[in-house]
Design a protein. Sequence first.
Length: 124
Amino acid sequence: MEDSEKAEATLNLMKSLVTFDHSLRHLAGMLIVFLLFTASIFAQADSRKSYTFHGRVEKVDRKAGTLTVNGEELEGWMPAMTMQYRVDKPTVLNQIKAGAQIEATVYERDLTLHDVKVIAPARN
């Protein structure tokens, strides 16, 4: 290989490395933006006021992924009432029967029951 060919190959290699470095920096920048966005979503979820919800399950609708619950008052937000709620983990619907007393976490302006636990099973 002649000196001019070696010089051209070296130059091409350096150009490739610069392009690769630029691509890595761009990818790293995109990753940082994604992580900041994700963190802001979790921060927003955590900044909402949470309540401990108690109620008696009236109906389990596995197909719709909901529970109809006669819920106790959530002081400062919601009066006692019977209504339908989504659940954050649909698998919990397999563990709950009508008549069970449940406890869950709810967040202001969100009618999803989070971390649902049976505190007293349904009476037969």
